[in-house]
Design a protein around this ligand. Sequence first.
Ligand code: 5GP
Ligand code: MG
Length: 185
Amino acid sequence: MRTLLSQEELHAGVCRMADQIAACYQGKQLTIVGVLTGSVVLVADLIRLLDLPIRVGVIQASSYRGATTIRGELSINSELMLDISGRDVLLVDDIFDTGHTLHKVIQRMREFEPTSLRSAVLLHKQGRQEVDIRPDFIAFQIPDEFVVGFGLDYEDMYRNLPYLAALEPADIADHAQMIAEAKLN
Ligand code: 5GP
Ligand code: MG
């Protein structure tokens, strides 16, 4: 796998974004809602960098399967989410690709009538957007490549990589072989 962003670069980018978020919510209580599962690493790092009174919750959105970028049916589960009505809310996700996921999650969350609703993402994939909205906070712009690590998965794996890597055809073949061998043992 080819490293796109090192652990140090990721840390610097998350710190930069945390500073922007802190400046925006100074003197306020903030409710952070992470989109499961890709945002868990970013949420964990971000909340420890924010010197604000914070509540943390999650919402579940599932669409893609594997490395395909063809959009499947998107399902949103807000049953796990904490109460956001009358709150200043920051929605956090791993990546803004076509934007459909964030757009739909925002629509669902507006039904609960938060006082304010902004969004923050680790990555913004260039040239892929299909919706009118844009995240309020973006840590990094990346080229149109399929990436894993720092929360992002391929077939539910690689989320634990501390760096961000581009997954190439040879990596996908290696992955398939690893899975096949694991099933044999
Ligand atoms: P969107 O709805 O913006 O097209 O896609 C958002 C979701 O698709 C992300 O939350 C993420 O789960 C998945 N996704 C999009 N691009 C990538 C990528 O390059 N790598 C991984 N691992 N997931 C991606
Ligand atoms: Mg996701």
